[in-house]
Design a protein around this ligand. Sequence first.
Ligand SMILES: [Zn+2]
Length: 271
Amino acid sequence: MTIALAAPDVPHWPLYVFAAFAGASLTSFACLAADRLPHQLGWRPEPQPDLTLCHPPSRCDACAVRIGWPYLIPVVGYLLARGRCAHCGARVPPAYPLLEALGGGGACAALAYFGFAWTGISAALLWLVLLFLAWIDWREQWLPAVVTQPLFWLGLLSSPFSADAMDRIQGAFGGCVLMWLAMKVVGFARRADLVAGGDIALAAAAGAWLGLTALPLFLLVASLGFLAYAWPLRRRGRLFVPMGPALALGWIAAQWALPAWRAVLQGGWTW
Ligand SMILES: [Zn+2]
C-alpha cells in the first residue's frame, strides 16, 4: 500500500515543520498523561481522583496555577519562562522540553528515513508511543495496558514493517514467550516473582509489528540497553529497574535496522 504525503518535486520542509510541531505537542500531552494516568487508572497507591487526562487544564505542580498559553508551546514555552513557573518561580523539570524536542525531532527523522508515506507516518507515530511508554515506565514502573494492548493488536492486524501475517504472528508469539521465559529464569535465580505483564505485552507488540525476522535484533539491543542502565542502578542499591525504556530502544533499533538486517539475511531487500 502506498500513501504518499508529498510528490517528490514538492518541497518537504512544510511537512517537517508540521511533524516537528505535532510530534513535540503530542509528547507534551504524553508527559501530562504520564503524570495523570497513574491517578486516573488507580495505579498509584493513593490516587487523586480529580486528576484526569482532560481535567484540570495544565497547571504548575508547585502552586497549581493554570499555565498560560505561550508557556504551553513545546520547548519554546520552557525557554520563554526560563525553565520556571511564571507565577511562583518553581523550576520546571528540564526533562519536559528535552522529551518534547526528542518527540518532534524523532518524528521528523522517522519521516526522513522511512519516507513521506504510510511507513514513515507509522514510524513517526510508533516513535511517539514508545517515547511515552519508556517515560511512564521509567517514572512509574508501569506500562499501561490501555496503550500496550491496542498497540499489540494493531501490529498483529497490519504493519508496514512486516507484510507477511505469519511472520507477525510468529514474532508476537516469540516476543511474548521469550520475555516470559527470561523473567521466569531471572526470577528463579533471584527467588522473586519478576513476571510483569506490561513488559510481556510490549515485547509481544514489538514482535507483532516487526515480525519474527526482526526478533533477534530487538532482543539483543533491548538486553544490552537494559544491562547498560540496570547494572549501575543495581549497584547503587535500586531493587526494581524498569525494562520499558530498554524494550522501546530495542524496538526502535530493530525497526530502523530492519532493511539492512533483511539484506544481510536474504540479500537485496527494499521496502
Ligand atoms: Zn507555580
